[in-house]
Design a protein around this ligand. Structure first.
Ligand SMILES: Nc1nc2c(ncn2[C@@H]2O[C@H](COP(=O)(O)OP(=O)(O)OP(=O)(O)O)[C@@H](O)[C@H]2O)c(=O)[nH]1
Ligand SMILES: [Mg+2]
Length: 318
């Protein structure tokens, strides 16, 4: 086994029953184990390698029961050093635990605030934001309350707040991609290729996903376009993979879209397409949002060049 130091450490923390272990099961596509999940005893560590990027991560799932929390806070050098990222999970369906969750979050921030690597990320997951209840008044109020509280006390570190649910897999794929692959050396190289592609085609958002639908790189002219692409990309890839089960070779999936009038900052019509790129036995997906047909034509025209550049880049990693 490789030296553990080569592994990027990613922490999952929060109170008991917040959903940390379940999130990890969804990320590993171990859906059948979800109903059997039990409270985590102390800390569980698992090693993972991303085949495309060659990044090796060690995920620490820190059981959230009170007694364990004390142990972690009392042993900073073991738990809270040299992290690439911390995922802090808050159950938004349990308002009675919000104060305790915020106190533990503050404790973690104060204990881990020194010596972060440059690309350290704190990702706060407002979790159990299940699709069927996410617009309920109580849930919306809970989210607003937590967002206000969090932004009032986190001052000096970069953080993001994301709404997630195990019933919304794309929300977890996006969160984990942000936390695990942000600003690594190799993702920056993919990023440069996407920048070049967008410069040539004038499209408005481009995502590059690996075969597990983790977002390896993304470029967008507008955060809203990016959000749209991130939300639908895993669903489009699922459709493509489904078709492949019938041995139907799907070249791409194209959706013609019309933005509602009320979003007047958007152009009205557009196209989002998913294209699979099989390069040297590696499956990649490209998702692109174009605001008109000319841009779509250009986006397709430059695909072979992008594919070539990706191929060269992947070969340079060997
Ligand atoms: N409704 C809903 N329930 C969830 C979600 N994620 C997890 N759960 C449920 O929350 C409960 C606790 O989940 P766990 O994954 O064990 O929570 P944990 O944070 O690992 O808990 P500890 O190991 O004790 O720290 C389980 O019954 C899960 O099914 C979610 O997104 N929505
Ligand atoms: Mg657990």
């Amino acid at each position: 086994m490789s030296d553990l130091k080569e592994f990027k450490k990613i922490l999952f923390c929060g109170l008991e029953s917040g959903g940390k272990t379940s999130i990890l099961l969804v990320l590993d596509k171990k859906f059948s184990l979800l109903p059997t999940v039990k409270p985590t005893i102390k800390a569980k560590r698992t090693l993972h390698t991303n085949a495309l990027l060659g990044t090796m991560t060690i995920r620490w799932d820190l059981g959230g029961q009170k007694g364990y929390r004390k142990i972690y806070l009392g042993n900073k050098s073991k738990y809270f050093t040299e992290m690439q990222s911390i995922f802090y999970v808050i159950d938004i369906q349990a308002p009675e635990k919000f104060e305790e969750a915020l106190v533990f979050l503050k404790d973690i921030i104060s204990i881990s605030s020194e010596s972060h690597p440059d690309n350290f990320q704190l990702l706060i997951l407002l979790h159990k934001c299940d699709p069927d209840i996410k617009n309920n008044t109580t849930i919306v109020n809970n989210i607003n309350y937590l967002e206000n509280k969090i932004s009032s006390f986190i001052k000096d570190i970069r953080f993001s707040v994301l709404k997630t649910s195990i019933y919304d897999e794309p929300s977890l794929l996006k969160a984990f991609s942000d936390g695990a692959f942000y600003a690594t050396h190799k993702t920056e190289m993919f990023q440069t290729l996407l920048k070049d592609y967008m410069g040539k085609t004038y499209n408005s958002s481009t995502l590059l996903l690996d075969q597990n639908c983790f977002i390896i790189a993304s470029r967008s002219t507008n955060p809203a376009y990016q959000e749209i692409c991130e939300a639908i990309a895993p669903r489009l890839t699922q459709a493509l993979e489904k078709l492949e089960e019938w041995e139907i070779n799907t070249i791409d999936i194209v959706t013609n879209i019309e933005f509602p009038e009320k979003h007047s900052e958007f152009q009205k019509e557009g196209i989002i397409f998913l294209r699979k790129l099989d390069i040297s036995e590696i499956r990649l997906y490209l998702v692109t949002l174009c605001l008109n047909k000319k841009v779509k034509i250009k986006s397709y025209e430059y695909l072979p060049i992008l594919a070539d550049n990706l191929k060269n880049l992947l070969e340079s990693f060997d």
